[in-house]
Ligand binder design. Structure first.
Ligand SMILES: Nc1ncnc2c1ncn2[C@@H]1O[C@H](COP(=O)(O)OP(=O)(O)O)[C@@H](O)[C@H]1O
Ligand SMILES: [Mg+2]
Length: 377
């Protein structure tokens, strides 16, 4: 019985109405007991207190009056009982109606959330009204939408990753089969090709691991004061061999008196390495790459400018999305990665409270990648 009341909203509502009715009836009963005799007497024109009027009276007139009062009280009690019964019935009806109107949307939400738990993310409910239940329905829909997006992203990621893994694997398998069948000559060139593909696989796996780390924010930032010019000089040195072999001129353009920034030095170096690596990679022989630093108000802008292949305008908004490459086949031939580098860079810059963007006048016109970091006050 108690369990029934505990588990049904309608029963709880009814119980609360019943309590109100009972309290009302008790108050009414007490009030009549104590105030009605006096009022009765005064209305009957006796002008005496209740005790004197009724109880101590003698004589025929007084006796008749007392009978009258008693029958009045009996009929009053009867009426009170009837009113109680009527109120009880109304309480049942109202609690049924109210609980039904409250429970209907709750039931809809329960069913919908069970469907979502079963993986049907397209589930939505129709929000009715603007009360709390309507708000609940609306925020439920928002939650369902977010879940659906996350699920779509997860699917996309798995699709992309499998695709990225398949390409080098297919190449390795093809070469191995060629070797086994004697179609491919067992030269060092063949082995080098296979090694290159294996290398690409290893890099991809490393990138993916790094991406999942930065996307989850699961890495510590060792924030200290970092001298930007030092950072850039180190990066230039790191690329010396690569730029020399590709005959690319790598310069840095640093104004004097640059302020320091608060950042994780290794992470900033990672961003810069990504950008300079891309610039060197997508700039043909004989080109130039410049690292430029400027102060803009309370921000410091670090730009990597190249004279390379450039980027058509329609691709620019997507560059920082994972796996996005302007030209997949060309990027592959050019020894490019899998389109994760800029996504990692964006996450790292944003973790420092900065932003990153790309500019290019178009194909063959070179590109500029800039990230901005706040200057500490
Ligand atoms: N300096 C640049 N010049 C021209 N295109 C660039 C440059 N940097 C990046 N891109 C384009 O952006 C894409 C994504 O870059 P990134 O995330 O570093 O991936 P990838 O692994 O291909 O280098 C590249 O595939 C390339 O098409
Ligand atoms: Mg890259």
């Amino acid at each position: 019985m108690i369990d029934f009341f505990r588990r049904h909203l309608g029963a709880k509502l009814f119980l609360s109405y019943l309590v109100v009715i009972l309290v009302g009836a008790i108050v009414l009963g007490l009030a009549t007991r104590f105030t009605v005799p006096e009022a009765f007497n005064s209305h009957m024109g006796l002008g005496l207190g209740a005790g004197q009027g009724m109880m101590q009276g003698n004589g025929a007139g007084r006796g008749a009056m007392s009978d009258l009062f008693q029958s009045f009280q009996a009929s009053f009690n009867e009426a009170l009982l009837l009113a109680l019964l009527a109120a009880g019935v109304v309480a049942i009806l109202v609690s049924l109606l109210l609980s039904r109107s409250v429970l209907a949307p709750v039931r809809v939400l329960t069913t919908a959330s069970q469907r979502i738990a079963d993986g049907r993310y397209g589930e939505r409910v129709q929000p009715v009204g603007s009360d709390e239940l309507g708000q609940l329905a609306r925020s439920f829909n928002q939650m369902a939408e977010k879940l659906e997006q996350v699920e779509a992203m997860r699917r996309q990621l798995i699709g992309d990753v499998s695709h990225e893994l398949r390409t080098p694997l297919t190449a390795i398998k093809g070469s191995m089969e060629g070797l086994m069948d004697g179609v491919l000559p067992a030269t060092s060139e063949t082995y080098q090709q296979i090694h290159q593909e294996a290398d690409r696989l290893a890099r991809l796996v490393d990138d993916l691991q790094e991406l999942s780390r930065v996307e989850a924010g699961a890495y510590p930032l060792d924030i200290r004061s970092v001298a930007v010019s030092m950072l850039i000089q180190t990066t230039v040195k790191r690329f010396a061999a690569q730029t020399q072999s590709k005959e690319i001129e790598l310069r840095s353009d640093l104004p004097a008196g640059l302020p320091s920034v608060l950042a994780d030095q290794d992470r900033l170096a990672q961003v810069l390495t990504n950008l300079v690596g891309n610039a060197v990679q997508y700039t043909p022989k004989g080109g130039q790459v410049t690292i430029q630093v400027n102060r803009h108000g309370d921000e410091i802008h670090i730009s990597v400018i190249d004279t390379g292949i450039g980027i058509p305008a329609e691709h620019i908004p997507h560059l920082f999305t994972r796996f996005y490459r302007v030209d997949k086949s060309r990027s592959r031939q050019a020894g490019g990665g899998s389109g994760i580098g800029l996504t990692i860079a964006r996450h790292l810059v944003e973790a420092h409270g900065g932003r990153i963007w790309a500019e290019s006048a178009g194909e063959g016109q070179g590109s500029t990648f800039t990230f901005a970091l706040p200057i500490p006050k």
